[in-house]
Design a protein around this ligand. Structure first.
Ligand code: ADE
Length: 254
C-alpha cells in the first residue's frame, strides 16, 4: 500500500514545495508515497466560509473552529481510514526519529496545520490527535513543520533512498550520536588539508577516528544526548565528567 499523507491547511498551494524535489519528489512522482493538500476553507461555515473566530477568554489572534477542523478530518479519513492524526503545534511533544520511524511504518498520516493562534482544543482531543512540535521556536504556521515531518518520514519509505543513504541511516539508527564530519576532494583546499587518517586507506583507523569525532561532537554540542547515552551505559562515564573513556579502553572502538 502506498504511504499516504493528507495535509489539512489554509494554504494548500505551498505543497509539495521542497518535497517535490530530490529523492522525496522522485518518490512522489514514482508513486512510492502520495500527498494531498486539503483546503480547510472548503469546510468553512456561513456565507464567508469562516474557519476561525476570536478566542473565548480574550486575547490576541484567531482560533480555528472545531466544527471546521472536524469536518476536514472526517473528509481526510473517509478517503483513507485508520491513519493517525497529527497536529503541528509548538505545544506538542518534540518530534524525534523514533516518532518518525513509527509514522513511516504505518499507512500514512493526516497532518493538521494550525494558523493564527491555534486550534480549538476540543477537536484536538475529540479526534485523538497527536500534538507534535518540531522545536522550541514559533513558526507562523504548521505548514513548514508538516514538511519537515513528511521529509523525515518519506526518506524512510522503501525505495525512496538509494542503498548508500540507507546504510548511513543504519549507523545512526538510535539517533543518539551526531554524525562525524565529511570531506571530499581536493585533499588540500585553500591550504587546508583533509585529516590524514582519511587518506590512509586504513579502514579500522578511519572507523575509530569517525567514532571519536562523532562522540566529541555529541559531547560538545548536545550534552543532553550525551548524558542520555552515558546514563544508559555506566562504562561510558568511567572517565568522569561525562567524557567517553579513551578509545583504546573500549571494546567497541573499532
Ligand atoms: N507551528 C508553529 N510553531 C511550530 C513548531 N515549532 N512546531 C510545530 N508546529 C508549529
Amino acid at each position: 500500500m502506498t504511504w499516504r499523507a493528507t495535509v489539512l491547511t489554509l494554504f494548500p498551494g505551498v505543497f509539495p514545495g521542497p518535497l517535490g524535489a530530490s529523492l522525496a519528489g522522485r518518490g512522489l512522482r514514482d508513486g512510492l508515497w502520495r500527498l494531498d493538500a486539503l483546503d480547510m476553507r472548503a469546510f468553512g461555515v456561513g456565507r464567508h466560509r469562516s474557519v476561525d473566530d476570536t478566542p473565548f477568554g480574550g486575547g490576541a489572534g484567531m482560533v480555528l473552529r472545531p466544527d471546521v477542523v472536524d469536518a476536514a478530518c472526517g473528509a481526510a479519513l473517509a478517503e483513507v481510514p485508520g491513519r493517525p492524526l497529527v497536529a503541528l503545534t509548538p505545544r506538542g511533544e518534540p518530534l524525534t526519529q523514533s516518532t518518525v520511524r513509527e509514522l513511516a511504518a504505518g499507512p500514512g498520516a493526516v497532518l493538521l496545520c494550525g494558523r493564527y493562534e491555534g486550534v480549538d482544543q476540543r477537536v484536538v482531543e475529540a479526534r485523538g490527535m497527536r500534538e507534535v512540535s518540531i522545536g522550541d521556536y514559533v513558526l507562523s504556521g504548521g505548514e513548514t513543520a508538516a514538511m519537515v515531518l513528511l521529509d523525515a518520514c518519506v526518506r524512510l519509505l522503501p525505495g525512496v533512498m538509494g542503498a548508500a543513504e540507507s546504510a548511513a541511516e543504519e549507523s545512526f539508527a538510535d539517533g543518539d550520536l551526531l554524525e562525524y564530519p565529511h570531506y571530499t576532494r581536493p585533499a588540500e583546499w585553500n591550504g587546508l588539508r583533509v585529516p590524514e587518517v582519511l587518506l590512509s586507506g586504513h579502514h579500522a583507523q578511519v572507523a575509530r577516528w569517525r567514532r571519536a569525532e562523532a562522540e566529541r561532537a555529541t559531547r560538545e554540542r548536545r550534552p543532553d544526548l550525551w548524558a542520555r547515552r552515558a546514563g544508559g551505559d555506566p562504562s561510558r562515564t568511567s572517565a568522569g565528567e561525562g567524557r567517553a573513556p579513551p578509545l583504546a579502553a573500549r571494546s567497541d572502538a573499532a
